[in-house]
Design a protein around this ligand. Sequence first.
Ligand code: FAD
Length: 221
Amino acid sequence: MAEHLKIIAIEKETHDVLHITTEKPENIKYHAGQAADISINKPKWENELRAFTFTSLPTDKQLEFTIKTYPQHNGVTNQLLTLKTGDTLLLHGVFGTIAYKGEGLFIAGGAGITPFIAIFKQLERDGKVGDNKLLFANKTHADIIQEKRYKALLGKNFINILSEEKLEGFEYGYISEGLLKQHLNATGYVYLCGPEPMMNAVEKQISNLGIKKEQVVKEVF
Ligand SMILES: Cc1cc2nc3c(=O)[nH]c(=O)nc-3n(C[C@H](O)[C@H](O)[C@H](O)COP(=O)(O)OP(=O)(O)OC[C@H]3O[C@@H](n4cnc5c(N)ncnc54)[C@H](O)[C@@H]3O)c2cc1C
């Protein structure tokens, strides 16, 4: 049986990213980095399941989701744009392989930041942000989710790369071996989450740089 999640707030976080806060059913258990299969409680949409990550913390009294929408086609995320406070989502199950194991380099592409939003919240709450680094790849400056927050939290350990916009203070192009080499710690963990082509390219690059499979924590979006 799916759990009903009543929407408490739904707002735009960037031009195409929604931040949704819902009530939290008592029996929902998850760890920072995990996701759930979610659908919309509306005729024709109840069985259209999509994976979305909890960007709230397990101890929070509400659930939060941070969702990149694709308004150009009639998928689930486009439908989410029509929802309002009081509407309900359906939660079908919790899953996901990303979990914090120790200090390292977090590499996110677009909505691939979402498991790391939860993990960095947890680290901040526990006073354990330490020397963790976040390398965030986006198309343009306007696509960066929570830029101010990560600048304040991580300072120089927050590195942005843009593939479609050249700006001072931002890396330009796709993630390269050279860029990774500057920020990797040979013995630390590498957390990787994003679209498949980015994941494949980065996995090859970090392997060339001597990172072993056991050091990599990943999820394809
Ligand atoms: C474990 C996990 C956790 C996730 N967590 C999150 C999260 O927290 N936040 C988040 O934003 N995403 C997350 N994702 C990704 C998310 O599940 C997908 O982006 C979502 O399913 C898209 O749903 P959709 O119905 O709108 O698009 P779908 O129809 O499922 O299409 C998905 C992709 O195909 C492209 N596409 C398909 N058809 C067309 C078309 N006709 N025209 C143009 N483009 C098209 C879309 O651009 C999109 O990139 C997660 C994925 C996984 C596996």
